[in-house]
Design a protein around this ligand. Structure first.
Ligand SMILES: [Zn+2]
Length: 51
């Protein structure tokens, strides 16, 4: 769904950790925060996180 190159560039805005795609979200491998993907573009905003 998301370009792997894009995923490689992206980093968690909170801990700068690597992120991976998980269904319709992007998840940080380090802190576990999840970010929504809207229209194929990950929304890397802390405000958009669930919980
Ligand atoms: Zn993180």
């Amino acid at each position: 769904m998301i370009d792997q190159v894009l995923l490689d560039i992206l980093a968690c805005p909170v801990c700068k950790g690597e992120v991976k795609q998980e269904e319709n979200q992007v998840m940080c491998c380090q802190c576990g925060r999840k970010y929504l993907i809207k229209e194929g573009i990950p929304v890397m905003l802390v405000e958009e996180e669930e919980k």
